[in-house]
Design a protein around this ligand. Structure first.
Ligand SMILES: Cc1cc2nc3c(=O)[nH]c(=O)nc-3n(C[C@H](O)[C@H](O)[C@H](O)COP(=O)(O)OP(=O)(O)OC[C@H]3O[C@@H](n4cnc5c(N)ncnc54)[C@H](O)[C@@H]3O)c2cc1C
Length: 449
């Protein structure tokens, strides 16, 4: 059975130089950088707040991958971290030797203020799931609102949706998940607990680290009896008010991040795991006797989804070879973190498994200085000439994505897309034809390495 959706004529509600869709790390990088490079910018976000996974999935430990290594963040990410720290300090975190962590609630306010300061126009509650394409060109993006569809037009559009929704709507080819079966990393529904004995958990060292280590050992020894297959247990901030702001545990495996049927299944499955795990924590973890569930993240979060087909596809061989590119737009340390797509908890975490046998976890060792470049062509999609892609959905293989998915890296690709979009509008050329040395030079002036 089929039905036909009738065509509608829409007024163009807004016309800008650069339209950024998605207000996560990549979209923030793109919007601010395009505005700084002199463009009029509209940022559309489907949720009620900016921040992407940081605020919607409580992923507050953004730069955890770089913590304790020779690397530090540059560009907009480091600016945001510094300004945020000046205003909100350590976000009440009392854990020692911890990387800087945002409070996702303070960050929402911080990002609102940042966009006002940078003269980026923001529209929340703006879900884009359709575009009008003529030839190779997007004429307008369609936002779904309570008042019906609304059209906006832009010279260049940046897809920073994490899922590549705009590119998908425009018919750009993409890949998703592992080559062998299409499975992505699991979806995770993070949550917060209150009522902890904060002093007992910090006296004489960080007890949360010990609890997490013991939990993994018990899981691997088959002692926990829990239904969720997750074996590790990252904890976020611990505050003197007895709150843990982020428990990264409940995972739903083998679900498609772009299917509302699978998303519904994942949310319900993870809430069940939270209920079970709450009882487990109370009974097994010292200092957790009086806890309550303070909140569950607004949505299940994903580490990967569609990867849009670009003019170049970054591979893990490029990363391993520290390959250099003439059109490099950022560099990032060599690391990989891919949670087991099918929930198989064995394996040794090595890169050789290709994500087919458990978790890949190759972290940056203390003295490691290996890094890799991301070429601009990974941001330039096939088929559509006025579209760029930024963040976790750029053109990479599944294994390479497990490196580039880091929040700082996503913001860097966003910055490059923002600058390239703005310079191409000024030069009246399509993004693929933009003068790359000019893009690189402008990024340098913005503090990007
Ligand atoms: C549980 C978990 C733990 C993680 N831990 C870490 C970590 O410790 N360190 C780290 O660096 N990374 C971590 N990551 C990965 C990281 O969060 C993501 O890779 C990163 O946030 C991707 O940034 P992005 O801007 O590309 O996408 P997102 O953060 O997903 O942001 C996309 C934004 O676009 C909006 N959007 C989506 N579709 C549309 C649409 N059609 N129209 C309008 N708006 C739309 C979304 O609402 C969202 O705000 C973790 C991820 C998860 C899920």
């Amino acid at each position: 059975m089929k039905i036909t959706v009738k065509a509608k004529e829409l007024e163009i509600a807004e016309k800008v130089d650069v339209l950024v869709v998605g207000g996560g790390p990549a979209g923030i990088g793109a919007a601010v950088s395009a505005a700084r490079a002199g463009s009029s910018v509209l940022l559309l976000e489907r949720r009620a707040f900016l921040g992407g996974n940081i605020t919607a999935s409580y992923v507050e430990t953004c730069n955890w991958f770089l913590h304790g290594t020779k690397f530090s963040a540059h560009g907009l990410y480091s600016e945001i971290e510094k300004d945020y720290r000046a205003r909100y300090g350590r976000s009440h975190d009392i854990r020692e030797n911890a990387p800087h962590r945002f409070s996702s609630e303070y960050l929402k306010i911080f990002l609102d203020e940042l966009m006002i300061k940078e003269k980026v126009k923001v529209l929340l509650y703006s879900f884009v799931n359709d575009v009008v394409v003529e030839g190779d060109h997007i004429q307008g993006a369609i936002i779904q609102t309570k008042q019906g569809p609304m059209a906006v037009a832009a010279s260049v559009i940046i897809d920073a949706t994490g899922d590549g929704d705009v590119a998908f709507a425009a018919g750009v080819p993409f890949k998703q998940g592992r080559d062998k079966d299409g499975y992505c990393q699991p979806g995770t529904l993070n949550f917060r607990i209150a009522g902890l004995d904060a002093r007992a958990l910090t006296e004489g060292g960080d007890k949360l680290k010990e609890i997490a280590k013991q939990f993994t050992q018990d899981y691997l020894a088959g002692k926990t009896g829990l239904d969720c297959k997750r074996k590790d247990l990252p904890f976020g901030r611990l505050t003197s008010a007895g709150i843990i702001s982020y428990i990264n545990y409940p995972c739903s495996y083998m679900i498609d991040p772009t299917s509302n049927v699978d998303l519904t299944k994942g949310e319900i499955e993870c809430r069940g795991y939270i209920k079970q795990f709450y009882g487990y924590m109370k009974d097994h973890f010292p200092g957790f006797e009086k806890i309550e569930i303070a909140s569950i993240a607004p949505e299940i979060g994903f580490r990967d989804s569609r990867r849009i087909q670009g003019k170049y596809t970054l591979t893990h061989e490029d990363i391993e070879g520290s390959k250099t590119f003439d059109d490099v737009i950022c560099i990032f340390p060599r690391m990989y973190d891919m949670l087991s797509p099918d929930g198989f908890m064995g394996g040794d975490g090595s890169l050789e498994s290709g994500g087919n046998h458990g978790h890949i976890y190759v972290h940056i060792k203390e003295d490691d200085t290996r890094s890799f470049g991301v070429p601009y062509r990974c941001l330039v999609p096939e088929r559509i000439d006025n579209l760029l892609v930024a963040g976790r959905c750029i053109s990479t293989t599944h294994v390479a994505e497990s490196s580039i998915r880091a929040i700082y890296a996503c913001m860097l690709t966003g910055q490059a897309a923002g600058v390239a979009a703005s310079l191409s509008v000024k030069a009246n050329v399509m993004p693929e034809q933009v003068d790359i040395t000019n893009v690189q030079g402008t990024l340098k002036t913005m503090g990007v390495l």
